[in-house]
Design a binder for this molecule. Structure first.
Ligand code: NDP
Length: 294
């Protein structure tokens, strides 16, 4: 593993976007269809609005149409369901994304279940997750962040088969699906969570470490086996008076320490985050191709 570079940069994200843009154009030229992504945003969380605008921007770059519904914080669950059902029926929409978190008065499960499985580009529908977990079944969509982690490993030629992998975190959106994906790729996977007794010792056995915890710098250099590959999914704001915004983003892994020991490590920001958006574009394209048999 030591042959691989120690830093992943935005270069790869640009390369993937270029590939998607070329395919979007090919589809448009051949059958006159442009893939479309619809985003539903509820409330005024600044962070969510930023994510939504980044996704829209990315769509524009690759030529995917984007549609947005922005509902107020006090919108009813029925209003969200109505928007989803409109997009489910709309033939120009191939992917539907409900920006999480939703306001607390809404039933997230009920809302996510309403997204047509054919347009579930986030891959959070229980049927998609169920197929991901079962041998011999193929989900229609794989969740974007976990897919981005595996894509990084593939693109850098890092072998997964037969390797020991530790996933730190077991959330529905990152930890659990990324562990399922690693298992599908024939890694031997352990999952570390908040009740795990010996996280450090377990992590030190791993050839591949994927951290998705939401705890600033939790994974120290001493947790990493020399030569291991580390993917840091965490995005944690920490105070930084030197920044205009007053904060900067750091990962779940202490980058400074881990980079000295790992053979490859993703930076935060600029590692998994851009890959997540690239995979959302990829899922939207996959969906449009499937719907139109292209
Ligand atoms: P959640 O809060 O949903 O899950 C965190 C997981 O970490 C839980 O399974 C929890 O365990 C576990 N955990 C928490 N504290 C510890 C601890 N001290 N030791 C071991 N395990 C612990 O977070 P998400 O999965 O949604 O997100 C994780 C991080 O990834 C966040 O920083 C988030 O911002 C970032 N993120 C980044 C994305 C990207 O595109 N780069 C996309 C999505 C998320 P338990 O289950 O026992 O509670």
């Amino acid at each position: 593993l030591s042959a691989y570079s120690t830093r992943w940069k935005r270069k790869l994200q640009r390369q993937i976007r270029g590939e998607i843009a070329a395919e979007v154009l090919r589809m448009k030229d051949a059958i006159g269809i442009v893939p479309g992504l619809a985003v539903i945003l509820v409330g005024d969380r600044e962070e969510s609005a930023t994510y939504v605008s980044k996704k829209k921007e990315a769509c524009e770059v690759v030529g995917i149409n984007s549609f947005e519904v922005h509902l107020p914080e006090d919108a009813t669950e029925q209003e969200v369901l109505n928007s989803i059902s409109g997009f489910n029926e709309d033939p120009s929409v191939h992917g539907i994304l409900v920006q999480l978190p939703l306001p607390s008065h809404m039933d997230e499960q009920n809302i996510l279940n309403a997204v047509s499985i054919e347009k579930d580009v986030d891959g959070f529908h229980p049927l998609n997750i169920g197929c991901l977990a079962m041998r011999g079944r193929e989900p229609l969509f794989v969740p974007c962040t976990p897919k981005g982690c595996i894509e990084l490993l593939h693109r850098y030629g890092i072998p997964i088969k037969g390797k020991r992998a530790v996933v730190i975190g077991r959330s529905n959106i990152v930890g659990m699906p990324v562990a399922l994906l690693l298992q599908r790729e024939d890694a031997t996977v352990s999952i570390v969570h908040s009740r795990t007794k010996n996280p450090e010792e377990l992590t030190r056995q791993a050839d591949i470490v994927i951290a998705a915890v939401g705890q600033t710098n939790m994974v120290r250099g001493s947790w990493i086996k020399p030569g291991a590959v580390v993917i840091d999914v965490g995005i944690n704001p920490v105070e930084d008076k030197k920044k205009l915004s007053g904060f900067r983003l750091v990962g779940d892994v202490c980058y400074k320490e881990a980079k000295e020991i790992a053979s490859a490590i993703t930076p935060v920001p600029g590692g998994v985050g851009p890959m997540t958006i690239a995979m959302l574009l990829s899922n939207t394209l996959i969906s449009a191709k499937r719907i139109h048999n292209f």
